[in-house]
Design a protein around this ligand. Sequence first.
Ligand code: 13P
Length: 249
Amino acid sequence: MSKPDKLVVGNWKMNGRRDMAVALSSAVAGQLPSGMEAAVCVPFPFLGLVGEAVAASALALGAQDVSDQEEGAFTGEVSAGMLSEFGCRFVIVGHSERRARQAETSVLVAEKAARARAAGLTPIVCVGETRDERESGQTLSVIEAQLAPVLALGGEAVGSMVIAYEPVWAIGTGLSASVEQAVEVHQAIRAAVAGLIGDRAGDVRILYGGSVKPETAAELFSAPDIDGGLIGGASLKAEDFLAICQAAV
Ligand code: 13P
């Protein structure tokens, strides 16, 4: 069975201005290597502009969050249907920054993932442990608990998602998980997905995120069960993001 191409996703978080958004996404779109897949998840106000900038390229568009509701009186929220209309293919759900700041629960995250799928989007479901959780030996049980409501959506849903392992202590700290640490969690995630869909679990891309840099990407991406990366800081420089994409070829 051939493995799916690796996937590298930039998460711009709350960074950038209009000009930068167009320049950065155009620069990446124009030089994307073939033999891998890439996307940029940009702030909501830039979806239209970046969507136009990347429209003729292989660079896919994504958002960083989505409402769990379909439409209606939900001030400040953005629906999956809106994202889809703006050309999004991907949407990040359950990023640790939202779990922490907006107190998003794993149940809500699963509801968002389901809503995204219903609109034809591919959710990128983020999971990851804090430093305290790792140091007290709870890493795998935390990941399992975060995944449980997502797995409960069923095999068909899970088979069409992307899962991102992002240890909270590695995000924005310059301190990437070691390959061994990442592989241990990726293999546990793969096994959990396989429990639901068997061999087809090999088609579900499991990304690593947390201080991925051009210098560390190739080693991570060549490790077993690491199918690409979710890139924060390094996605804000075209040169760095493209180098990471190249490492995924
Ligand atoms: P950094 O690459 O800046 O550590 O961020 C990772 C991340 O949170 C991507 O979603």
